[in-house]
Design a protein around this ligand. Structure first.
Ligand code: ZN
Length: 322
């Protein structure tokens, strides 16, 4: 049996796992809901059970596995293998997740930020193939990102670099999930778009959004569908969404001078609706006058799994060299 690594992508809504061989071929995958509200112990046992189910369903034994990679939401303490206090996993505080999984599976466990893992996966196997200076950004309920330079993740001194969602774009802006004011995420995430829509409806803006659904249930997808129907307020919200994204892109481009920026995440399902506004705004705010290349990420949710699996393989290779 060829050796495999297990990749785990732990999110606030789902736990995705897969077994991947050295060439990046996915042998099997298993996805279960996280049930984050049930707390840390339940989620950790769900991760472990998900891995055992994956092995069973893929006809693999634990002996066929050489390492485990865990892509987890930040902030992390990678040196000590801790998940510090992820906003979308309520109640988690300095959880020694690496030690817990090592103890369970008796295998080396590699921990990496989920957006960094997705950035590496997208760079190696997706839209960023062959790109030396690559930035990945994911836009869904929140905004995350990663920078990969010459196939290496830019981690920063504590492993928490490239948190693009928390660049402040307005020092008096709305409060973000991180408690800061005016973060990029508080303007450009899907959650923010829905919030702007709800605010408008509550303030009495004339819009079909008011009749589509109960105001508390209003989500980003409703805004896009109202905009497609020609609703003025929804179209204004979508234009603003494009502008906010463009400002974030210009900031990233000015700071890192990448060859390519790829955007993934749920909002990219509406790519054509905001692309032009996003690019127009970005181009007017670039410091250097060169063009910036921005594409839709191509791997969807596999990016994180492929990236973390590559890191697990790198770990195995490096230990063999030692
Ligand atoms: Zn923030």
């Amino acid at each position: 049996m060829d050796k495999h690594v297990i990749g785990i992508d732990l999110g606030g809504t789902k736990i995705a796992t897969c077994a991947i061989d050295k060439l990046g071929n996915i042998r099997g995958r298993k996805i279960v809901p996280t049930l984050a509200s049930k707390g840390q112990d339940v989620v950790i046992s769900r991760i472990i059970q998900c891995v055992y189910d994956l092995l069973n369903e893929s006809n693999l034994n634990i002996d066929d596995v050489t390492a485990i990679g865990l892509a987890a939401p930040g902030p992390l303490d990678i040196k000590n293998g801790l998940m510090t206090n992820p906003p979308n996993l309520p109640g988690w505080k300095d959880v020694p997740i690496v030690k817990i999984l090592q103890h369970e599976f008796k295998l080396p466990v590699v921990l990496e930020n989920d957006a960094n893992s997705a950035a590496l996966g997208e760079n190696l196997y997706g839209s960023g193939q062959g790109v030396d200076y690559f930035i990945y950004m994911t836009v869904s309920t929140g905004i995350g990102g990663g920078v990969v330079i010459n196939n290496r993740i830019l981690r920063g001194s504590t492993g928490n670099a490239a948190e693009f969602g928390h660049m402040v774009i307005n020092f008096e802006g709305p409060i973000c999930g991180c408690k800061n004011k005016g973060c990029f995420e508080a303007y450009a995430s899907g959650t923010a778009l829905a919030r702007f829509a709800r605010q408008g409806v509550i303030e009495g803006r004339k819009s079909i959004l008011a009749d589509m659904i109960d105001v508390e249930e209003l989500k980003a997808e409703h805004v896009f569908s109202a905009a497609k129907k020609g609703d003025d307020f929804a179209m204004e919200l979508v234009r603003n969404e494009g502008s906010y994204l463009g400002i974030g892109i210009a900031n990233m481009a000015n700071a890192f001078d990448p060859e390519l920026i790829a955007i993934g995440g749920g909002l990219t399902r509406q790519w054509d609706m905001f692309y032009h506004q996003m690019m127009n705004t970005a181009k007017t705010r670039l410091f250097a006058s060169k063009d910036i290349q921005v594409v839709k990420a191509s791997l969807d949710s596999d990016a994180g799994l492929l990236g973390i699996a590559k890191l697990a393989w790198d770990f195995v290779d490096n230990s063999l060299k030692r």
